[in-house]
Every structure is written in structure tokens, then in C-alpha cells.
Design a protein around this ligand. Sequence first.
Ligand SMILES: NC(=O)C1=CN([C@@H]2O[C@H](COP(=O)(O)OP(=O)(O)OC[C@H]3O[C@@H](n4cnc5c(N)ncnc54)[C@H](O)[C@@H]3O)[C@@H](O)[C@H]2O)C=CC1
Ligand SMILES: O=C(O)C(=O)Cc1ccc(O)cc1
Length: 311
Amino acid sequence: MVAQADSEFLFEKVALIGVGLIGSSLARAFRSRRIVRQISVSARSQATLDRVLELGLAESAHSDPVKAVEGADLVILCAPVGTYDSIASVIGPHLKPGVIVTDVGSVKQAVIRDVDQYLPDGVHFVPGHPIAGTEKSGPDAGFAELFDGRWCILTPPPGADHRAVEAVTELWRRCGSMVEIMEAGHHDKVLAITSHLPHLIAYTIVGTATDLEESERAEVVKFSAGGFRDFTRIAGSDPVMWRDVFLNNREAVLEMLQRFSEDITVLQRAIRWGEGDTLENLFFRTREIRQGVVEAHQAGSFDPREPKADQ
Ligand SMILES: NC(=O)C1=CN([C@@H]2O[C@H](COP(=O)(O)OP(=O)(O)OC[C@H]3O[C@@H](n4cnc5c(N)ncnc54)[C@H](O)[C@@H]3O)[C@@H](O)[C@H]2O)C=CC1
Ligand SMILES: O=C(O)C(=O)Cc1ccc(O)cc1
């Protein structure tokens, strides 16, 4: 499992199932920081497999995930969460006792439900979620520094093997991340408001703008001010990945959406009745939140999407 003190590698062979933005960023970090000795990957398309080898991201690339996990002491699921059930059902019978299985999925309760059922006794499942990403996808989009100074949340089920949890924690630390352990249901609620709902709002507002009459739509693109541009970045995120996030964190997202609808109705009324204080009070509060977010990120690492704290 974990390498001996005299070996520099944490794992001997890691299998990445799915090698897009996150999988390829992990492969790059593993290589440049000498975290694992050997990487095998599995992807569905031949084009991705060829590209991964061309980029030098793995020693071997297979369309069959069973081949990729052969001899691996760590398996990381890096595909959209809707695929985890079928991937786990295929690789499950081929995993040897002692192997650690982890993942990077943006939701955690559904992942545990879908994966755990196929893992044989003695295989250790340590679900994970790096809170780091971009709107881009595919193996060319990844970079080794993606996880630097970012949180990675682990949601080990009760009774999880503590040495496996430690090994996955160490893996993320070596990738540059700070690690927090959290209960899966709590993770899904927190991420529903901090990540999933913001993406839903971005998809909605860009969709609404797209549905405007032809003349107005042209102006939207031409005069895109900061606000709309920022939304289009988020709304450019991978459609399949995000479809799977919403379908697999249904309850928490619907609950946050309900709260959001109530709050936006309050603002709607304030605008209608000219209640400037209501608007101003909220905007002052949110500006403080923004300042805190920028400072927290700057304490971690440089993020090209974030301006300097005093901007
Ligand atoms: N994009 C982001 O910013 C973040 C994504 N995540 C999570 O990471 C996972 C991967 O996301 P990305 O790397 O962004 O997506 P991506 O779209 O860049 O890569 C996903 C890869 O999985 C492959 N794939 C799809 N179905 C597969 C299957 N059945 N078997 C093997 N490979 C398959 C795709 O061909 C693609 O290469 C998702 O579960 C997502 O929720 C987590 C944190 C951030
Ligand atoms: O690009 C952005 O702004 C993101 O929010 C990236 C991201 C997407 C999904 C996650 O589960 C975590 C991070």
C-alpha cells in the first residue's frame, strides 16, 4: 500500500479510470512530483488513449478498465459520476485485497451507493473530491499545479481502514492539497450551495440570454460586461459531467434551489417596491463575503481567476 520510508514513491502502480481535466492533472502531478512509480489509464475513446501516451502521461493505456487495474495498488475513478456504477461493476471482481479505490467525483453519497456494492472484502474505498478545477475538459486541459493550495475533501464511510485513509490523504498532500475529512451527506449539502447551485444559475442565465429575440441576443454577446462573461465561463463547463452532478445530488440541490428562489423573491419585491435598504444591506453583506473568499484563496495559492485581495 504505502511505500517504505526508503522509497520515494507513495504507490507503485496507479490506475486512472477516465483521463480528462482531473485525471490528466493527477497524472502530471504524480509524474512531476514522483508520487507514483507507474501509471496506467483507461478511457473509452482511442483518440484519448493515443493522446495520453503522446503526452507521456502514462506507461500504458487501455480501453478495457480491467486491464488498467491489473497489478495496481491504487485505483482512482476520474470519469463523470454517472459512469461509476458500471465501471465499479466491471473492475470490482478483478481487485485484489489490500487495493485502495478512491475517486474525484463532485458528489459523494451517490458515489458511495454506486461503488461500494461492487468492491470485494479487503478492498478499501476512500471517496474523495478535489475542490479544484476549471471549465475545461479533456487530457490536454490538465496541469500539475491544479491542486496546489486547494482543499481535497475525503468522505470515508464509517469503519474505513485508517491506513488507507492516511495513504490517500498523503497522496493529496503531495499533490499540493490540504485535506479535510467530512461525512458524505454533509459534503453534498455544502457543495450543493458552493458549487452545484452556482453552476445551475450560470447555465440558466446564459440559457435565458440565448433565448432572447435575435436582435437582443446579438447585443448580449457584443456588450458582454464582466458579470455575464463570468457566467459564460462557468456555463462552458462539461455538459455530461454536470448533468451527472445534478442527477446524483438531487435532494441537496433542490433544497438549496428552494432557499435561493425564496431569497430572489425577496429581492424581486424590494426592486418592485423601491426598497433600496433591502438591496443595499444584502450587497454590503455579500461584499464582505467576497473579501473573505479572496483572502482565503490568496492564503492558499495563486489562482489566475482571482484578482488580488485589494482589487
Ligand atoms: N471539472 C472540474 O473542475 C472538476 C471535476 N471533478 C470530477 O472529476 C470527474 C472528472 O471530471 P473532469 O476530469 O473534469 O472531466 P473530463 O470530461 O475532462 O474527463 C472525463 C473523462 O472520463 C472519460 N470517461 C467517460 N466515461 C467513461 C467510462 N465509462 N470509462 C472510462 N472513462 C470514461 C471521458 O472520456 C473523459 O476523458 C467528474 O466526476 C467530476 O465530477 C472534480 C473536481 C473538479
Ligand atoms: O471552474 C470552476 O470555477 C469550478 O468550480 C471548478 C470545479 C468544478 C467542480 C468541482 O466539483 C470542483 C471544482
